[in-house]
Every structure is written in structure tokens, then in C-alpha cells.
Design a protein around this ligand. Structure first.
Ligand code: WTA
Length: 643
């Protein structure tokens, strides 16, 4: 890229000649061509994905919103992620793993990945795991996490990865809701030089679960206790098992995984994805948005326990046959340049991270970056929350040396794949904008009445291949919560995000319009944290809002009404924070807790969180006439003021 020209007036960054020439997509007419979206999704599925048996039709919308894609096709995502690469690139590195301790690392070729996935698939079979059984995976970032996921998929089992930062209570809730038969975990892993005692957390969770077996990978050798008849070491289970295992030909719509995510109620939603469409969607977005080529080293820093990790650490990149990098530890351990060190060491070419990380490093200063040669990088990505233009430009300038396009990608656990993002070879970039919908995806903005508008709620107006198919065990919630008719009888998908569209048709994401928080990129529901608080014996009512935070994006702040007999105190505050940590995990702990006498409620008893947020931010409160008792506002302000 010719740097100086990149900073053109109006802050539009044109793709460089170099990027344009080499990109997978360099024909601007792609957007036009993709208007016939089913043809595009047909071609992509036929050209880029291998099917055991061809599908009869691309989309069945007869039972909307329970759409079915690639109807009648037989597929297995692991065939596309592993088997089909063996002949042409068996010796290519599939996974580069870097442990937090610097001397612990591993390279796994596609061939070796094949053997290890097959062996573990056989191991799962010996435990009686069958098609459609659920296997919960609770681990740190080690290759066995991917191997376990792929092994499940290979035999048609459904994996349910739970983020390693969740507490034993949150883990238990997910294991029980998913009705998991087996748990795959580890003795522990490293984080900031300390060992996280994963197996201990699992044991606590399992005090009230009925799983049949627990497979434990030995990572740190901390002498984890094993329960007789239930727990087995990964290496012992695999002993003597063959490293060949048939790749099950599954129906396109066969369940691949459940991933729990937060919504507006206390109960997390089990988002369900399937083999066929998810394979097509993650594959083509990986290829076109990150523009991955055979020589690339792709590093997506997301934890595999979140959707970004599922789609863009594991399935998308492996489906395109890329080399991926995974790192076990903290970004700033042992020093704040650890990430830059890794990029230099392994020659990472495409780097995908979250605005919260960018803001963190921005605050630490670019000096840490300057110690490293980052010239291998050629493309930068971001996801999870809106990136402000300042952070965008810092990322562009200091990480990408004004050479690499910054690709801001908007999507969700539910969408499975990137929905709005630039295509690096053709899309002009505007810092802070997610730019244009991916070809074949139709989005719009609706006002409160559901009419098209320039500013309002972001909606997706047509189904897309990697869309979630259901909420585990809650089909009514799935059908009711996300889909609404647009007046002419067509169902459209409501994202829960506010957005606006500029004169060039570029999208700008404003943020969630429901009660979902993004804390350091982690998705959490106000209601979820509230129910954790309410489960404490001292708490009668609680309301949680997301307060803007310089680095984390948002941080939870709680307003708590105590039961009679309990008095506010510093100890109680501490106790409540520990309680939330135990119920959900450290990520959900409120930064501040205010003890109030009453919460602002409407006459029908609904808590008006908007008012609490305005009080917290010190902003104008706005209309309070709908409140049952308007004096509550002043009282809460006084509590805050007294702090
Ligand atoms: C937010 C993460 C602005 C958004 C992949 C969405 C974003 C929620 C962006 C989904 C972006 C994601 N710009 N906001 N580029 N990407 N979001 O399910 O509010 O963890 O609804 O999926 O993250 O979060 P989830």
C-alpha cells in the first residue's frame, strides 16, 4: 500500500494495488451479482465445499424461521476441514500452538491433525458417545480443545464448548441444560504464570450433574484428583486405539454444536449450529474477508469458548486449509509485548482481534510494538464491538504500519458467520464503519415500526447459510425472540443492535439496544448478572447496567435492594462480588455495587435500566413520567453521591 495516499481526505482508505491484485475477490460487481443470493450460495457450496452426496435444493423456507439449507445433502464439516487437505497438503502445518510458558510449543500438520482427531473420535466411541450425544468441552487454549471438537463432529456428536472463564455453577448449568453425556477437560492451564485448576472447577460443577464420563488431558501435571469409574486420562483412553476413524456422512442439517450465549433473560441461550450451512458460511467468509492464501499464518486471538473462536479459529480457517496459530496465555504476560513477540516469531500474516485489546495496547503505548518486526502482517481484523476511529487508526498505523487494511467484521453467535465486513480487495474503508454486507447477505435498518430507515435496528432480511437453526430445547423462544414479520408477511431477523447507514450505504454499528453487555468483548446479559445477585441470601432485587469503560468497552454496575434485616456494608459488597464470580465468573463481577432502597420501575413493575444508566453516567435522565414512583430517582442519585 502506498501509505501517504491511504490517509485521503474524508478518511476513506482505498485498497492498495497490491491488495486488490492478489485478493480472492477483486471484481466490484460481486455485490451486484450476489443480489441473486441463492445462486451465490449454490455456487459457493458447489465450488468450495465437498459433499458426500449432493443437495437437492439450496434453501427450504417452507417452515420459516426453521430454515433448512442444502436440503438432502450429505456432508461432514471435518472432511472439509481435514480429510480433503491430506493429499495436497498433509505436511502443511495446520496448528501452531504456543503455550504461555515460552518453551512450550507445538506444530501439528494436517496429517497429524487427521490422526489425532480420528484417534480421539475412536476414544469417544469407546465411551459410548453416539450421533447426537452432547459432549461438553471445558478447557484452556490447547490443541486438544480443537481435536476434541473435531472428533465430536466427525462421529456426529454435538459439542458444547464452555468458555474456560466461566465458574463451576455456570458450567453446571450448561452441562445440565445441554444434557451432556461426557465432559472433556484438562487438569489445568497457564494464565499469567499461574495454573488455573480446571479439573477442580469441573469436579465442583459435577456435584450436581449426571454425566457418564470425564476425559482429562494432562497439561500441567498438578495431580488432579480422578473419580473412579467416571474420570479417565485422555492418554490412557486413547491407548491402543487406531488413528483411522470413518468420517460420518451426515445430513446437511445435522447438529454440529451448541454454544451458550447471553440474552435478555437470566437463562443463557443454547445457540444451535449445523454442519452444512455453517461449513459453507464460515469457509467463504474466511476466504474472502480475511483473504486467506496458502502461505498465510492466521491468528485469531479469540478464545475458542466464544463464537469467534469456533468460526474463525477452528472451522473457517481449517476448511480453507490455512495454518492457524493459537496461544494459551494472557496477552501481556510476561510482558506487554507478548502478542507482538508471537507475531514476529511465527511470521503471522493475518491478525484478528477485538477493539478492547486494541484499546488496552493503545493505552500502554506503541513503544512495546516498536521492539518487534511486524512486517509479516498484511491484513488486520477486528470484531466484538464498535471500534472507534481513534483505535482503528492506531491499529492501522502502529500494528499494520499503514500497510494493512483494517477489516472490521460485524456478526453474532447467532449468525455463525461474518455478516457485514469489507472485502479487502474492493471495499473502501472508513474508520469506525463495518462497511457493507457480505455478498449474498441482505441487511437493512428498521425504525421502531419495522419500516426501513437510515437509523434504527439492524435487521437481516433474508436467511443465510450459517444462521443458527434453533435454541437448544427452546424452539418457541427462537421463533418469537428474533423473527418478526415485516408487514408484507416476510420474516426478518432482528439483531438487537442499533445501527445507521450513511449516504454510501455504509453501516455504522451503534451498539446493543437490548439489555446485553459487552465486557472486554465478552457477551453478558444484565438479567444473568441480576439473577446471580438475587440468588444471594441478602438480595431482594437487583438491576445491572453496562457503564462505558475506556478499555473494556463496558463494565457492569449493579443497583441492589437488600432484604429486610440486611444492612449495606463494605463486606457485603465484597461478598456479593465474590458471589457473582462464583455464579458466573470473574468477567461478570460488577465494578460497582450501589445499595438502594428501591429500583426505578414502571407501573407494570418493569425495571427501567435506562434511568439507572443515565444516573451512573451523570447524564440527563429524560422522561420519568412512566415511573410508578418518581422520587426514586433522587434517592438513587443521593446514594451515588454519598459514595
Ligand atoms: C457486537 C461476536 C460493532 C454486536 C462475534 C453484536 C459488534 C454482538 C461487532 C454479538 C462489530 C460484534 N462492531 N459491534 N464489528 N461485532 N459486535 O454473539 O453488538 O459474542 O450483536 O458475537 O457483538 O456478540 P457475540
Amino acid at each position: 500500500m502506498n501509505n501517504s495516499k491511504e490517509f485521503s481526505p474524508g478518511e476513506i482508505y482505498e485498497p492498495s494495488e497490491e491488495t486488490r491484485r492478489h485478493a480472492w475477490v477483486n471484481n466490484e460487481r460481486i455485490y451486484e451479482m450476489a443480489q441473486d443470493y441463492l445462486t451465490l450460495w449454490d455456487e459457493v457450496a458447489k465450488n468450495d465445499i465437498e459433499w458426500f452426496e449432493p443437495y437437492e435444493s439450496v434453501l427450504d423456507d417452507s417452515n420459516a424461521p426453521f430454515y433448512r439449507w442444502y436440503v438432502g445433502g450429505k456432508i461432514n464439516i471435518t472432511h472439509n476441514c481435514i480429510d480433503r487437505h491430506i493429499d495436497s497438503k498433509g505436511d502443511k502445518t495446520a496448528i501452531i500452538w504456543q503455550g504461555e510458558p515460552e518453551n512450550e510449543k507445538e506444530r501439528i500438520t494436517y496429517h497429524e491433525l487427521y490422526r489425532r482427531v480420528c484417534r480421539f473420535a475412536n476414544a469417544l466411541r469407546t465411551l459410548g458417545v453416539q450421533e447426537e450425544d452432547v459432549v461438553t468441552i471445558y478447557m484452556g487454549m490447547v490443541p486438544e480443545l480443537l481435536i476434541a471438537m473435531l472428533a465430536c463432529a466427525r462421529i456426529g456428536a454435538i459439542h458444547n464448548v464452555v468458555f474456560g472463564g466461566f465458574s463451576s455453577t455456570a458450567l453446571r448449568e450448561r452441562i445440565n441444560d445441554a444434557n451432556a453425556k461426557v465432559v472433556v477437560t484438562m487438569d489445568g492451564y497457564y494464565r499469567r504464570g499461574k495454573v488455573i485448576e480446571t479439573k477442580r472447577i469441573v469436579d465442583k460443577a459435577l456435584e450436581a450433574c449426571s454425566v457418564e464420563s470425564v476425559v482429562v488431558i494432562e497439561r500441567v501435571g498438578n495431580g488432579a484428583s480422578m473419580v473412579d469409574g467416571r474420570d479417565i486420562w485422555w492418554h490412557e483412553l486413547e491407548e491402543g486405539l487406531p488413528d483411522e476413524c470413518e468420517c460420518k456422512a451426515l445430513d446437511s442439517e445435522h447438529a454440529l454444536f451448541i454454544l451458550y450465549t447471553s440474552g435478555t433473560t437470566g437463562k443463557p441461550k443454547g445457540v444451535l449450529h449445523v454442519h452444512g450451512g455453517y461449513n459453507v458460511g464460515t469457509h467463504i467468509t474466511t476466504k474472502w474477508v480475511f483473504d486467506l492464501k496458502d502461505r498465510d499464518v492466521f491468528w485469531c486471538t479469540a478464545d475458542i469458548g466464544w463464537i469467534t473462536g469456533h468460526s474463525y479459529v477452528v472451522y473457517g480457517p481449517l476448511s480453507v486449509g490455512a495454518t492457524i496459530l493459537i496461544y494459551e496465555g494472557a496477552p501481556d504476560y510476561p510482558q506487554p509485548d507478548r502478542w507482538w513477540n508471537i507475531i514476529e516469531q511465527y511470521g503471522v500474516t493475518v491478525f484478528y482481534t477485538a477493539p478492547t485489546a486494541i484499546r488496552y495496547f493503545m493505552k500502554l503505548s506503541e513503544e512495546w510494538l516498536k521492539k518487534h518486526d511486524l512486517s509479516s502482517l498484511r491484513l488486520l481484523g477486528t470484531v466484538g464491538e464498535t471500534i472507534d476511529p481513534e483505535a482503528w487508526k492506531w491499529y492501522y498505523r502502529y500494528v499494520g504500519s499503514e500497510r494493512c487494511p483494517v477489516i472490521d467484521t460485524w456478526w453474532q453467535t447467532e449468525t455463525g458467520m461474518v455478516i457485514i465486513a469489507p472485502l479487502p480487495g474492493i471495499t473502501k474503508l472508513k474508520p469506525g464503519s463495518v462497511t457493507l454486507p457480505f455478498p449474498g447477505i441482505l441487511v437493512d435498518i428498521c425504525d421502531e415500526k419495522g419500516n426501513p430507515a437510515d437509523s434504527g435496528e439492524l435487521v437481516i432480511t433474508n436467511p443465510w447459510p450459517a444462521m443458527f437453526r434453533n435454541l437448544w430445547g427452546e424452539p418457541e423462544r427462537f421463533a418469537k425472540q428474533y423473527w418478526r414479520s415485516n408487514g408484507s408477511g416476510k420474516l426478518i431477523y432482528f439483531t438487537g443492535d442499533g445501527a445507521r447507514k450513511d449516504g454510501d450505504g455504509y453501516y455504522w454499528i451503534i451498539g446493543r439496544i437490548d439489555e446485553v453487555l459487552k465486557v472486554s468483548g465478552h457477551r453478558l446479559g444484565s438479567a444473568e448478572i441480576e439473577s446471580a445477585l438475587i440468588s444471594h441470601e441478602a438480595v431482594s432485587e437487583a438491576a445491572v447496567v453496562g457503564k462505558p469503560h475506556e478499555i473494556k468497552g463496558e463494565t457492569p454496575v449493579a443497583f441492589v435492594v437488600l432484604k429486610t434485616g440486611y444492612k449495606p456494608s463494605v463486606e457485603l459488597k465484597k461478598d456479593l462480588k465474590t458471589h457473582v464470580k462464583n455464579e458466573i465468573g470473574a468477567i461478570a463481577v460488577p465494578e460497582e455495587i450501589y445499595f438502594v432502597e428501591q429500583l426505578p420501575k414502571t407501573r407494570s413493575g418493569k425495571i427501567v435500566r435506562r434511568i439507572l444508566l443515565a444516573i451512573e453516567k451523570g447524564e440527563k435522565i429524560g422522561d420519568i413520567t412512566t415511573l410508578e414512583d418518581i422520587t426514586v430517582v433522587e434517592k438513587i442519585k443521593n446514594v451515588k453521591g454519598a459514595k
